[in-house]
Structure formats: C-alpha cells, structure tokens
Design a protein around this ligand. Sequence first.
Ligand code: NAI
Length: 669
Amino acid sequence: MSERVAGDAESWVKKAITFYKASGKRIALAEFMDPDGQFVQDEMYIYVLNPKGTMLAHGGNEKFMGEEFIEVKDYDGKSFIKKIVQIANTEGSGWVDYKWYHPVTGQVLPKTVYFEKVDDLIICSGDYKEFSKGVALLHDPMLNKGTAFTETDRDALKLHGLLPPHVQTQEEQALRVMSNFQKKPNDLERYIQLVGLQDRNETLFYHVVMNNIEEMMPIIYTPTVGKACQEYGHLFRRPRGLYLSMNDKGKIAEILMNWPYKDVRVIVVTDGERILGLGDLGAFGMGIPIGKLSLYTACAGIHPSYTLPVLLDVGTENEALLNDPLYTGISQRRARGKAYDKFFAEFVRAVHKVFPKALIQLEDFANINAFRLLHEYKNRTCIFDDDIQGTAAVTLAGVYSALRITKGQLRDQTLLFLGAGEAGIGIGNLIVSALIDEGMSKGEALKRCWFMDSKGLVVKSRKDLVEHKLNYAHNHPFCPDLMMSIQSLKPTALIGASGMPKSFTQQAVEAMTKLNERPIILALSNPTSKAECTAEEAYTWSNGRAIFASGSPFPPVTYHDQTFVPGQGNNVYIFPGVGLGVIACEAKYVTDHMFLTAAKSLASQVLESDLVQGRIFPSLKRIQEVSAVIATAVAEVAYKDGLAHKKRPADLLAYIKSQMYKPVYQNYI
Ligand code: NAI
C-alpha cells in the first residue's frame, strides 16, 4: 500500500499539470496511462476528463479511455463525475467526495478527488480518506497483521491495548503457527487451524503456506480438503465465499454485489455434485473453490482480493445430507434440465455485469453438466473446466516428461485409460490435439487413445455409449476387463481416472512391465484412498521400472537401494499458471491451445535431476517460478491468437512476475 499521505491528490494533480505544460497533451496523456510511469503508484493515479465528461486517460484502467463517464455513479449511486465536471467548468478546480473500491485491498472506501481544469482537460486524482482502524482493522483478514502491528501502527491506527504489548515479527508469528501446526493430532485439525488463520490474517496464512508449500498443499487441498468437505457443516465456524441458491433466482447480480472486493479476476465455482472422487456433497462442496483459490494465490501469486469462491446450491441427491440437521445447503433435490440451465446462465450473465474481468473456473461439476456447460460457454466467455482441461494438461505434461525418460515420441504411444469420465476424456482430447499439432490426422490421433469405463472397453459395437465417448469407440473386439484390454492393445501407458481403488492390480502392472521396458503408470484418482494403485505397488510390481505418478501425493519409495520420488499429477501445476496468464493479458477466452502450451511449458520445466528420481513433475518448491513461466506462455498464445485485451508489455515474464502477490505486511501509514 502507499507511503503517501492524505492530501497527496492535490500535489499529484499539480505535478501532472507541470508535466502536461512541459510535454504537451499527447505525451502527457500517454504518460498518465503508463502503468510503469511516474503517475501510477499503488492506489494513486491520474485520470483526465474533457469538459463533457469523456475519459481521455485513466491510469487505473486503460479500458476507460474514450468512454463517456458523465453518468457514472459511485458505490452509493452518487453522480460524482457530473459534479466534478460542473465545478471544473465553473470554478476551475475543487474537491468532490465519493466512494470507490481500493485497487490494492478491494475495500470500498470514501475517496476524495482533487481536480483542476487546464485548457480543455480536467486533471483529477483521488485520495482514499479512511482506512479501517481499531477492532475493525483487526477483524479484516486482508489487512490484519495481528501481533506484528508496530508501535507506530498502533499509535496511528488506534490499536493500543487491543493487542498484547510485545510486537512480533512476521517470522516469529510464522514460527508460532508452524509449532501449533505440528502439534495438531491429525490433518483435519491442521486444516481447521489453517482456515482459522486465513480468516484472521491472510498475509500470515499465505506467508506460512507459500514457505511450506509441500507440507501445506495436502492440507489445504487434496486429500484433506475432501475430508473437510464431507464434514463441512459440522466444522462450520465462519462463512467464506459466496453461496447462490436456487432461491436466489433473479437476484444473482445483486448478490454478487454483496461481495466486499470489487475487482474480482478469478471465480472458482462448483455445484458440489462431484466433489473430488467423493460424489455429491451439495453445499458442503464450498471447501473446494476456497481451497483452489488459495492455491491460485499460493502457487501463482494472484492477489487474494482478486479471488471469489462460489457455491451454486441447486440442491443435493445425497440422502445423508438431506437428512442431516447440520446440512448448510437447501434441503431439496437437485434442479435439473431447464431450471438448472437458466440458473447457470443467470450466474454467467451476472458475472459479466458485476465482475467483467473475471475468469470462471468450473470445478467438480458432475459430468452430465460439466461437458455440456464447457461446450456451451467456452467460445462465449472466459471460462474453463479444471477437471476436464486442467487435468488433461497436467497429465499430458506428465506423459511428455515420461517420454523424456523413455526417449519415446507421443505419436508412437498407445494409451489405455481406465475411466472415461471428465478427467479421462479430457486428457484424451488434449492428447489428440497435441498429436494433431504434431501433424497427425485426427483419425490416427484418436486411435492412440483407448478407454475403459465401468462396463469394459469402449468399442464401436457398444450401444450404451454417451456422446463424449463416441470419438474413442474404435473398431475392435470388446474386452470386458483390464487384463484382456492390456493383452489385446499392448499399451505403453496406463492412465487411471476411474475413482476405483486398487483397479491396477499386480497382474496388470506385471503385464505392462512385460510389454514395456519402462511402462508409464498414472494412477490419478483422488483422494489417496481411491488411487488405482499405490506408488509402492507400482514400483515393486514392476521391479522398479514403472514411471509412476498419482493424483494424490505418495511418499518416496525405496526399492532395491533406489529411492523413487513419485510425482503428483496435481492440477495445481497448471490452473494457477493458466489463470495468471489469462488475467495478466485479460484474455477473452481460455482455449485448448493455451492448455496444450501450458502442458509443454510444464514438461519443459522438469529438471533432469527430477527425472533421475523418477519424478515427472517439478518439485512443488518451485511452483511459483513454474507458474510464472506457464503464465507467460499462455499469455503469449493469447497475444498471438488476438485474444488479449491488454497491451503486451515489452518483457512479458518480468511484467507477470511483477504482478504476483507477496505475502509480506504492507505499510499502512
Ligand atoms: P467421472 O465420474 O466423470 O468418471 C469416472 C469414470 O470411471 C467413468 O467413465 C466410469 O464409467 C469409470 N469407471 C467407474 N468404475 C470403473 C471401473 N471399475 N472400471 C473402469 N472404469 C470405471 O469422474 P472424473 O471426474 O473423470 O474423475 C475420475 C477420478 O479422477 C476421480 O477419482 C478424480 O478424483 C480423479 N481426478 C484426478 C485428477 C488429478 O489427478 N489431477 C483431476 C481430476 C480428477
């Protein structure tokens, strides 16, 4: 936040006028708009109106340039621009008060603008007048520093007496958090501790999470978040995120406006129908968008105030929840068909209206809705489905890395998928795109991928296949089980996305090892209890030859003196980087080309030292660096494909890195 003091707006405007007089209109207006220029600093910037209220330059948002602002109202509906124009045209300069959201904290705060008319320009700059103080400040998780408020802070912000006298450093606070974390009896208790911290002090929460990412990831996300969702209403302490229920039909935009942060850039939304591999958890699914968005911040430095978790409560089919007095959602059966579609369409429209720059990530929708919604909206709005596209990209990256070990080519692989749902088919589709990109025909590319579902091998003769499986229904005799499919197809890679634990049997892994020097075995089903096989099983049954990765983490395995570090095919390697890239260039859509590029970028960042240990994904310790590089590659695609709204900075990677959130306390005074 700024080191500037109240009253700066006037000197800021005067400085701008001096610059304008020395450089002329064209250069001055360009300089006022330059995010790296001398007139944009934290929440301070210059905006310039003409005498009719048209925006000629805006240092906070270049898209406002050329817009008619005369009718623009502030947060309370006050026509403050009209007032500025009127005073400037009659008196030449003045001050006007209004309420606006703070670009750094997202708080709506009273602001006062100073303006002066020079020639045909009204040059304006605003100061935020108030900042939360006292107890209100301690209760604002985005601003609270707890015991780390300094003596000077405590003097200026009316905090004396409200905190114990000893001032701690952020490191000391982090030490306390970690020592309590280690003392907790189980992971669910650790989850509760961390969520509590996030609710009190987001900066400290992210400081701890980002500095201990390998230890924290399984707590704030899979597998612990799954357990937390199962008991969400029972663990409920403080609401977080936005709930939109079927009862809110017609009022969704209004409800989105209740969200306290006004510059939302990433929304993760679920309807709770297919939470991880755990099924329909209805409104208890809220833990998932919250967890995913924490990862956006922790892994790609997206400012917490840019993130909005949303739970669409359309009911549940989960009998236990319907009968649970502590259920937090609406106790009714799921809306389906037209009612559901209308509700979702209203949600998308409302997001466009209230948060026009937001990227929407669909999360844990059941596949009856996921494929459909993605198909319907992906060419109309900035949206993607992480279960389909994120999983696909991370898995493709894993396959590319595995091929660095086997020295093979993607076009020569035969991939057998156990599970033909969102994850499996999504992976298949991206692999097909990658093969087409390499020059293969679509027909040939589809034949590299084979699918099994709960009824057996997906083949042409089957009459029970749903739409999304049809592309992969090849002309081949039907095989009812995995062993027969392996023997008949001789795959080089086995990819598990079935949610069926233990389905990669010893016999299956041995058969894969007989067929391949280094079989690729990916057991992606989450949580850990659902994995198709464990890391230890894959390495032991293949005599240490399997190239293995899983969806949930497994500890290293020592087999015959060699230690293998199993990679985690966690979408977290992809979605934060993709999201960061999309919002950095303000991309119009999220395309398959972006995911393909993200997968290649991720695979290229796996080090030789990782591969030697059998790890086909980078260490999580490098995740922020990895995400920045992926974001750059993704934004580059948007620029090349003409999908970026924002002007390309000269050094894209440096720009993206400069935008990333750092969990250090800001100076408020
Ligand atoms: P889904 O419900 O859309 O699909 C499951 C598929 O498995 C269906 O095609 C079903 O017919 C098939 N299946 C069920 N029992 C089977 C059996 N005994 N043999 C063969 N096929 C069987 O679920 P979705 O979204 O595709 O997720 C599947 C699993 O993948 C889940 O456990 C999920 O946690 C995991 N997943 C992992 C990710 C990762 O590691 N990065 C990301 C997304 C999902």
